[in-house]
Write a protein that binds this ligand. Structure first.
Ligand code: UGA
Length: 478
């Protein structure tokens, strides 16, 4: 098939590269000249596993880059809109980029095309795109608009695309659904997985993707409701963690207990400093706003957002509890990205916590395996120092703060951490270590929803013993 993808951000770039991987001819359209030039040169603008390989594999063959929307539309059967939908002041999604692309597509249409919403948009956007296209001269019989939400997680987006839990096709007309079914056929009939040199999947064994056909409106709601539910699950577990702290229970044990109920599940039940990123915070506000406009006050979403905001303040209180006063304290921060596996710092709890700590007069040296460049752009110039590795970041610090759930941090040598720190204090916002390991190492250890380890003075176990304990299940955030 010939496919156009408009917008080469996280979603567009991943979708475009993956459609090329499935054997389609893809034209990626963007109006950012710098980004296009970089992509044409073979650069990969985001940190995303397997994406550089896919761009390298298909660039100049099945994957082209252009700023010419008109030409891309003419050449394609399906046009995926994957432009930004940032939040406005009131929480509504700003759909002006979507509207402008819809106008551009309308003026180029010369044959039957399927226009696909790929960006996360509120319900009814589908109807609006249709209206705008008709107003701009697109003949009604020459196009349909479908909703095909993405469920990609940053850091694992390529594997999520190629090995999805489900593919949702929201189309009100059969001929429109047929075009999208064709686009995803290699994943649904399993033929992609029989090929050689494919991107490896998360699970061993044969795989076939499940396709769910819905109305366009239902598909739009599936996306918002999925993200809202996941965010609610995180806020729920963060609230449970607060109760655990108050009564002296251990949230890990509680989650093991509740998560092993197959109706609840263990995933997304990891407490921490709250969720961040470009999706959950924005989508929750937009979903709440859509519900309100349609006469429903979605109070559950208000509470989800409130718990999430409070979680950062609770972590700051933990730091104060561990260090007493903050002015003049030297902190080693591990983690800047909003989660592991990405260089994205949008709505990162780590950045917001650091900004407060800087205001309170702390000095910070930070390390992140991927997000230091982006953090340097976001923070005031020279506000913090960046280190070359985690041990350097905490060298001579009054305390170590863990703010992102990178696997590398969970594998750190606790004895070496203790040696590097000025005081043996670790405040872990992601529960990467077992309190027993920290206690045995003589650390003061504060985590989320688990009893504090304070004032232990036992001798430091040998590194090999610590490594064995660290490799036990339950020591890392999944
Ligand atoms: C999220 C959804 O998981 C994707 O399905 C969706 O496609 C995407 O938004 C989107 O709408 O584009 P993403 O934002 O990449 O994906 O990241 P998640 O893995 O969902 O993590 C979000 C935040 O929740 C992170 O800050 C993470 O640290 C936090 N989190 C996650 C927890 O605090 N606890 C958990 O148990 C899981």
């Amino acid at each position: 098939m010939n496919i156009a993808v408009v917008g080469s951000g996280y979603v567009g770039l991943v979708a475009g590269a993956c459609f090329a991987e499935l054997g389609h001819n893809v034209i990626l359209v963007d109006n950012d000249e710098r980004k296009l030039a970089a992509l044409k040169k073979g650069e990969c603008p985001i940190h995303e596993k397997f994406l550089p390989e896919l761009l390298q594999r298909h660039r100049g063959k099945r994957l082209a880059f252009t700023d010419d929307l008109h030409d891309a539309v003419r050449r394609s059967q399906a046009i995926f809109i994957a432009v930004g939908t940032p939040p406005k002041e009131d929480g509504d999604a700003d759909l002006s980029y979507v509207e402008s692309v819809a106008r551009g597509i309308a003026t180029a249409i010369d044959d039957y095309k399927v226009v696909v919403e790929k960006s996360t948009v509120p319900v009814y956007t589908n109807s609006w795109i249709r209206k705008i296209m008709l107003l701009n001269g697109a003949p009604a019989e020459l196009f349909d608009v479908a909703s095909n939400p993405e469920f990609l997680r940053e850091g694992t987006a390529v594997a999520d695309f190629l090995y999805p839990d489900r593919i949702v096709i929201g189309a009100d007309a059969d001929r429109c659904a047929a075009v999208l079914e064709q686009a995803y056929k290699p994943l649904v009939d399993g033929s992609y997985y029989d090929k050689r040199d494919i991107i490896p999947g998360p699970l061993a064994g044969p795989f076939k993707a499940r396709l769910i056909r819905t109305s366009a409106k239902s598909a739009e709601l599936i996306k918002h409701a999925s993200n809202a539910f996941l965010a609610m699950k995180i806020s729920f577990v963060n609230a449970v963690a607060c109760v655990c702290e108050a009564v002296g229970a251990d949230v890990e044990q509680v989650c093991e207990g509740i998560g092993s109920d197959s109706r609840i599940g263990r995933r997304f039940l990891y407490p921490g400093v709250g969720y961040g990123g470009s999706c959950f915070p924005k989508d929750l506000l937009a979903f709440r706003s859509v519900a309100r406009e349609n006469g429903y006050q979605f109070g559950l979403l208000d509470e989800t957002v409130k718990v999430n905001e409070e979680q950062r303040n609770r972590f700051l209180r933990k730091i104060r509890k561990a260090l007493w006063t903050l002015k003049g304290k030297k902190l080693g921060v591990l983690g800047l990205a909003f989660k592991n596996g990405t260089d994205d710092i949008r709505e990162s709890p780590a950045i917001s916590i650091m900004k407060t700590l800087l205001k309170e007069g702390c000095s910070i040296t930070a390390y992140d395996p991927a997000a230091m460049e982006r953090a340097a752009e976001e923070l005031p110039p020279d506000a913090i120092k960046f280190a070359n590795d985690p041990y350097e970041a905490i060298q001579g610090a009054d305390a170590c703060l863990i703010l992102t759930e990178w696997e590398d941090f969970a594998a750190l040598d606790v004895a070496q951490m203790k040696k590097a720190l000025r005081y043996p204090i670790v405040i872990d916002g992601r529960n990467l270590f077992k309190p027993s390991v920290m206690a045995a190492a003589g650390m003061n250890y504060y985590s989320v929803g688990r009893p504090d380890v304070v004032g232990e003075r036992r001798s430091v176990p040998r590194t090999t013993e610590l490594k064995t304990e660290l490799s036990e299940p339950g020591n890392k955030v999944a």
